[in-house]
Design a protein around this ligand. Structure first.
Ligand code: NPW
Ligand code: FMN
Ligand code: PLP
Ligand code: K
Length: 464
């Protein structure tokens, strides 16, 4: 999360200069920049306002490039599953704009005239995108945009009356605001979200709404250095990044309604290891991050519990294996109380699996073999770290690490320390859980029983 103070802002003149450099010596075309800008707007909106709750979108487009960004955003939002409508009263007679309009018409996105647009915008839309004016705005808004801006101002009244009201998202500049000074006359509207493009303009300092995003992931280093820009890094492959304060959330209202295929007794495996393999393979196929991460809970002999994450490194009929330091807190617990439980949570699949049983160390040979399969840095890390004991500072670890790195820089075998190795939990019970609507989840528990002298697994459904 980027601190608002550390982000830089552009003046109106600088914004126009950046434009000229991008589309001059740097070889960009306006189409390209507009496409990226519109896509950033659409992805920012999709990040905050989920399509199942905020479906109906009105995009009000002005006569310049800001309006073009709105047209592009509308097309992307359509493909993301939203229902956009467009109000575009002063069309620009250029092929770029005509093309964007044709693209939207081919998707049957409706164009609404100012006259046909309701005076009260609060009922028909969930999101209103203000793509009226960008950084070239000057003076006071002229018709018909003054009237449209007034309708956005009126939304505040509905907000105060606590009726359901649409959120307003401004593209680059809240329309009617002075590009540098902000809402000087205090007569314009206050958007809920601002998507600054390329770099925030000075007026963005006056934006105090809940969601400030930056989009336009195309700024080359030469622009960054020429304008001394301080911008947050974009995460991963994202087209947008949040700037300013983190969103305020009502923790008590944070919840997911799980929707999953039915998980019923008739189609589970008789053997829980087979069932685990099936779900584990599905977690891998779903491309989840670290599907082998599991919470390991242990307890002291007098029953004081503790949990931590570890990585599963193998499983079969004999049990579930992980590696760690034999002097750690968990190791002390396991030495006096071998009973433990494992918990997997596969978020993207609405699944969790509990495995409970007793733990033993794996053989030295097994630990040796695994230790030498790890990256050399991790092998050295294991030697350096007296896991779970107090150390004087980070330097203590780094100094020891560097010393060892030098010693083994010739590529020679790094001996596994005696105090590092694996554990195996032999399962006694399993529970497979899958989230369902209204908290009526599926829970199937496997426990061992004997039928005619033969060990089998009993499967029972537990109430959610
Ligand atoms: N640079 C970049 O990196 C990128 C920039 N991009 C986008 O471009 C935006 C800047 O676009 P822009 O320069 O076309 O101007 P913009 O603000 O849309 O409007 C100008 C129009 O409004 C009119 N107008 C002005 N004042 C008025 C008034 N008081 N009342 C009524 N009308 C008024 C003016 O008419 P005029 O006054 O000149 O007759 C003209 O027709 C920028 O904010 C960003 O969204 C991205 O697409 C890509 C990357
Ligand atoms: C995703 C994840 C995986 C981890 N995997 C291991 C692991 O496999 N082995 C390990 O010793 N620590 C692992 N850790 C660190 C442990 O959570 C823990 O901090 C450490 O083992 C010390 O725990 P203890 O003091 O309870 O013994 C992992 C942490 C995370 C977040
Ligand atoms: C301290 C520690 N040891 C061991 C592991 C196990 O994973 P790996 O053997 O892949 O490094 C982890 C994983 O996060 C870890 O943090
Ligand atoms: K705008």
């Amino acid at each position: 999360m980027q601190n608002r103070e550390s982000v830089s802002y552009l003046t109106q003149k600088e914004a126009a200069e950046v434009d000229e450099i991008l589309m001059g010596p740097l070889g960009f075309s306006v189409e390209q920049l507009m496409e990226l800008a519109g896509l950033s707007v659409a992805t920012s909106i999709a990040e905050v306002y989920k399509v199942n709750e905020y479906k109906r979108v009105l995009v009000i487009c002005g006569p310049g490039n800001n309006g073009g960004d709105g047209l592009v955003a509308a097309r992307h939002l359509f493909h993301f599953g939203y229902n956009p409508s467009i109000c575009y009263p002063k069309r620009t007679p250029k092929p770029l704009y005509a093309g964007l309009v044709t693209q939207l018409e081919s998707l049957s996105v409706p164009f609404v005239s100012v006259e046909d647009l309701p005076l009260d915008l609060s009922k028909d839309f969930d999101i209103i995108i203000d793509a009226i004016f960008g950084f070239s705005f000057h003076g006071a808004p002229r018709p018909p945009f003054n009237d449209l801006i007034q309708r956005l101002v009126s939304l505040n009244e509905y907000k105060e009356a606590k009726q359901r009201f649409p959120v307003v998202v401004s593209v680059d500049i809240p329309s009617g605001w002075h590009v540098e000074e902000g809402d000087i006359s205090d007569s314009s509207f206050k958007p809920d979200m601002l998507v600054s493009l390329t770099a925030p303009k000075l007026c963005a300092k006056r934006f105090h709404g809940p969601h400030h995003f930056l989009g336009g992931r195309f700024v080359p280093p030469s622009i960054v250095s020429k304008f001394n820009l301080h911008l947050p890094p974009y995460p991963g492959t994202a087209m947008c990044v949040r700037i300013g304060k983190p969103p305020q959330v009502d923790i008590a209202a944070l919840r997911e309604n799980y929707i999953s295929p039915e998980f019923v007794e008739d189609n589970v495996e008789a053997d829980p290891i087979h069932q685990f393999r099936k779900w584990f393979d599905e977690a891998i196929a779903a491309n989840l991050r670290e599907p082998n991460a599991m919470s390991l809970s242990t307890a002291t002999s007098d029953g004081k519990p503790s949990s931590r994450m570890v990585l599963l490194k193998g499983f079969d009929e004999d049990g579930f294996v992980w590696y760690t330091n034999y002097g750690s807190r968990k190791a002390h617990d396991l030495a006096e109380n071998p009973r433990a439980s494992l918990l997997f949570f596969w978020d993207g699949l609405n699944r969790q699996v509990r495995v409970e049983g007793t733990v033993q160390k794996v053989s030295e040979e097994e630990s040796e073999q695994y230790f030498h399969s790890r990256p050399r840095g991790s092998q050295l890390g294991a030697i350096v770290s007296p896991q779970s004991s107090v150390v004087p500072g980070r330097h203590f670890l780094i100094d020891k690490f560097k010393e060892l790195e030098d010693r083994y820089s010739n590529g020679s075998l790094i001996p596994k320390p005696k105090y590092w190795g694996g554990y195996r939990l032999k399962p006694e019970t399993f529970e497979f859980w899958q989230g369902q609507p209204s908290r009526l989840h599926d829970r199937l528990q496997y426990s061992p029983c004997e039928i005619e002298g033969k060990k089998v697994w009993k499967v029972e459904r537990l109430a959610p």
